[in-house]
Ligand binder design. Structure first.
Ligand code: BGC
Ligand code: NOJ
Length: 814
């Protein structure tokens, strides 16, 4: 069953039924000011940091969980009836309800008793504010006299403290109201220099800023007393819960449409100019008033929307494909790329599954996210890389996370996730291949942000590599530390205390537990580093790296192979994890995907054997399961992985992040049919028709789909902020379609299904647009290239002569 459809031409997902299985959200904002908005206008906003600069309030674990948002009520002044055009919070039986989630904007609207109302919510580029542009049309044959009420609830900035510290918070809320604009200024009088504002393009009949005055005692947002009465009381919040609400009257003749613009924003004043007059306690509004005036003007709002459209058109134009598969096309051309930008902006901070008060930017996560967005925003990727590298420790290890506002490593989480440092090499290699900007390697970057410790970025990569060599275990495989990519395989943790965090509790300084996954990552990263060294003229270093890589490959062959698949790890007792010898958890996906992706076993048949084992033991119709058989009980020596009930998350869930590793691995053994089949199984668009089972948004990937051991096999969870976005984008564009930036130029090596007759693509790369046409002439993956009509050796299109901006590449596959 579906709850909407893709409007491919407009790049929108249109939800046609408000009661989707779960709130289906979109993100507003792409630089500093951000919001989450659900299909019924629920959600919240923040400036840069979802925890420390929360603009509007969100109640955790609410029912339904998107309750609280950007609510507009319409009231028919004749009958006194009122309703929400976004369905929630009043939940009337609306006609023509639709929610169009587009690129950076969401339009929600409906008709009710002849009154049509739609609101476009968006954040203009380069501004720290959001616009709600409401248009109301009277479809009745009689004039209609309406009241419009807007409402938001302010958060007292620190979202964590806001949800807990009531003894203080109920006494600190402060507002000012001037010219119909509501200014939220809690703590402005003391240490803050920022405030929020909520304005309206029409003359307001009244306002409310105290929540209880608006909703009334013992009521909620679904039936606010003030709306029922049709009148706001001009309440001024002192303590308790500051809100913003306006009342605007609309008289609409038959067929008439009118517009009301609401503006919600965040603003900072220079410290010395906080007050106006300077010796007062009144917020200085001089710097914000021009911004407010500008965006309460309809023409400027229209222009801002147009700029937003152009921004997204520009980003998406960099890679566009036309394949025989509609799901591939719409994910690559629109939604997957869009989701990659969301993961870039949010990392794992704010969604309806990530609270915005927990995790900072993950070192491993952010480096992998680069794979999905570096081609769209290379300059911002560069900055991200340098920020990440600055949190690396002198040992070559890394803080597992850093805080976006301070850019400092997060001490609460610490380090010793032994895979972390290698992802920096992977991220930098992706950046170099995309941009050709080798200067980044010479950028001086500190360790642990300590002034004076700066070394060229290249040296950071060297230390990343060395980190593993300094930490090898009894078999010569890398020690796992707290965990590797799988945060829940905690082989040194031995936690027996309820509530202890598996990730942060003090671990044993284990010298036994080893990770075959890190070995594979080391091989991949080591090859990249060797190539980087060679291209910098450091042949000796390159040779040394390759020698270490070869040694590690031998070690994997000797101690990391279980006969039909790659082992996963050795535990603290030196026992195998992910082996046929194990009672449970005999085979894991990570090492099958990653070893082959890194090239291990391609020359001795093991890669193919491992892929066949994946197909046999792990692949389901809903995607590839993380491991089998699921752990049915808690294993002290394995940690969090066995804490999840079978079929969920790392315990045999379909962890969509590592499915693409297998897709890539399948392309490496030349199996385009399987690669694309796996791609299609978790492609959200291809799962749209089973939305009642899948339940999460059909336009973005979820982190997890319940595995076959779970009672809810096929149900997705944790949508939006997941490495799944980048890896799927990377797998489909660079390995299946095979359009792959390389150090020399654009490599084109498709491994597509046999049944495809070909595909077309446009790829902008280092300032040149490549028009690519792939035509199948046989069943294999042998590619012959013609560049501007001229047959070329190999699969790499070298950069053209200066000034040449367009290149036609024809590829025949035999
Ligand atoms: C989750 C992991 C996640 C980790 C992050 C665990 O509970 O299962 O997927 O990476 O928390 O802290
Ligand atoms: C989610 C985390 O963000 C990521 O870093 C980790 O690799 C996966 N979970 C697997 O545990």
């Amino acid at each position: 069953m579906k709850y909407g459809y893709f409007d491919d031409a407009n790049r929108e997902y249109v939800i046609t039924q408000p009661d989707t299985p779960l709130p289906w959200i979109n993100y507003l904002g792409c630089q500093g000011y951000f919001g989450i908005i659900s299909n019924t206008a629920g959600g919240y906003s923040f400036y840069r940091d979802a925890r420390l600069r929360r603009v509007t309030r969100y109640r955790y674990n609410n029912v339904p969980y998107d309750l609280g948002g950007r609510y507009i009520y319409l009231r028919d002044e004749e009958s006194g009836e009122f309703w929400s055009p976004s369905w929630q919070p009043t939940r009337h039986n609306l006609e023509n309800y639709s929610c169009r989630h587009g690129l950076g904007y969401t339009i929600i609207g409906s008709s009710y008793k002849g009154i049509e109302a739609r609101t476009n919510y968006f954040v203009p580029l380069d501004e720290d504010l959001e616009i709600w542009r409401l248009t109301a049309t009277n479809r009745r044959s009689q004039p209609a006299s309406l009241s419009v009420f807007s409402s938001i609830e302010f958060c007292l900035w620190d979202a964590n403290d806001d949800a807990a510290n009531f003894q203080r918070n109920f006494s600190i809320g402060q507002v000012e109201i001037e010219d119909g604009v509501i200014y939220h200024k809690t703590e402005y009088r003391e240490r803050r220099n920022h405030f929020a504002y909520f304005g309206c393009s029409r003359k307001a009949e009244g306002f409310d800023t105290q929540r209880e005055a608006f909703v009334g005692p013992y009521r909620g947002w679904e039936k606010p007393l003030a709306v029922e009465r049709g009148r706001l009381s001009n309440s001024v919040a002192h303590g308790w819960a500051p809100i913003g609400a306006h009342h605007v009257k609309l008289d609409l003749g038959p067929g008439e449409t009118q517009e009301v613009i609401f503006l919600l924003g965040y603003h900072e004043n220079p410290q010395a100019q906080k007050f106006d007059p300077p010796d007062s306690q009144t917020v200085n509004k001089k710097t914000v008033k021009p911004i407010i005036a500008n965006y309460l003007d309809s023409a400027n709002v229209e222009a801002a929307l147009e700029r937003l459209r152009q921004y997204w058109d520009g980003l998406l134009a960099i890679c566009q494909v036309a394949t025989p598969d509609v799901h591939t096309n719409r994910m690559v051309n629109v939604w997957n790329a869009y989701q990659c930008m969301a993961t870039f902006n949010m990392s794992r901070s704010a969604s309806f599954y990530e609270s915005g008060i927990g995790r900072g930017l993950g070192f491993r996560d952010s480096n992998q996210d680069l794979l999905g967005f570096v081609h769209m925003v290379p300059a911002r990727a560069r900055e991200r890389i340098l920020d990440l590298a600055a949190t690396q420790l002198p040992s070559g290890g890394a803080y597992h996370q850093y805080q976006p506002l301070t850019k400092r490593g997060n001490n609460d989480v610490g380090s010793n996730f032994n895979d972390d440092p290698h992802w920096l090499i992977v991220g930098v290699a992706a950046y170099l291949k995309e941009t050709g900007d080798w200067s980044i390697l010479d950028e001086p970057v500190p360790y642990d942000n300590a002034p004076g410790s700066e070394q060229p970025l290249y040296e950071h990569l060297q230390r990343s590599f060395q980190y593993t060599l300094d930490r090898l275990g009894p078999h010569g495989l890398p020690l796992i530390g707290r965990a590797d990519w799988n945060d829940c395989l905690n082989l040194n943790c031995f936690s027996d205390t309820p509530g202890q965090s598996f990730q942060t509790t003090t671990n044993k300084d284990g010298k036994v537990a080893e990770s075959v996954f890190i070995a594979a990552l080391f091989v991949l990263a080591g090859r990249e580093l060797a190539e980087i060294a060679r291209r910098r003229g450091r042949e000796d270093e390159a040779r040394r790296y390759l020698a270490e890589v070869a040694k590690m490959e031998d070690t994997v062959r000797e101690y990391g192979w279980d006969g039909e698949w790659f082992l996963r790890a050795y535990d603290d007792f030196g026992r195998k994890v992910g082996s046929k010898e194990c009672a449970e958890g005999k085979i894991f996906i990570e090492t099958q995907g990653f070893c082959v992706l890194a090239g291990i076993g391609l020359d001795d048949g093991r890669a193919q054997t491992a892929m066949d084992s994946v197909a046999k033991h792990l692949a389901t119709e809903h995607g590839i399961i993380l491991q089998q058989p699921a752990y049915s009980k808690y294993y002290l020596e394995l940690g969090e992985i066995s804490s999840y009930p079978p079929g969920y998350k790392e315990n045999a869930g379909i962890f969509c992040h590592n499915n693409p590793w297998v897709m890539i691995a399948e392309t490496r053994v030349g199996n385009g049919d399987r690669a694309h089949d796996y791609y299609a199984r978790i492609n959200p668009s291809a799962r749209e028709s089973i939305s009642d089972l899948h339940r999460c948004e059909p336009y973005v990937y979820s982190q997890m789909i319940a595995g076959r051991d779970a009672p809810t096999h096929g149900e997705a969870k944790n949508s939006w902020l997941t490495g799944t976005a980048a890896w799927n984008y990377y797998a489909i564009t660079q390995w299946i379609l095979g359009i792959r930036p390389s150090f020399e130029g654009l490599e084109i090596r498709p491994v597509i299904p046999k049944s495809w007759r070909g595909f077309k693509a446009t790829r902008m790369f280092r300032g040149v647009t490549y028009h690519i046409t792939v035509t199948r002439e046989g069943e294999g993956n042998q590619a012959a290239l013609r560049v501007n009509g001229v047959a070329t050796e190999g699969a790499v299109v070298l950069p053209p002569a200066e000034g040449q901006r367009e290149i036609a590449v024809d590829v025949t596959l035999k």
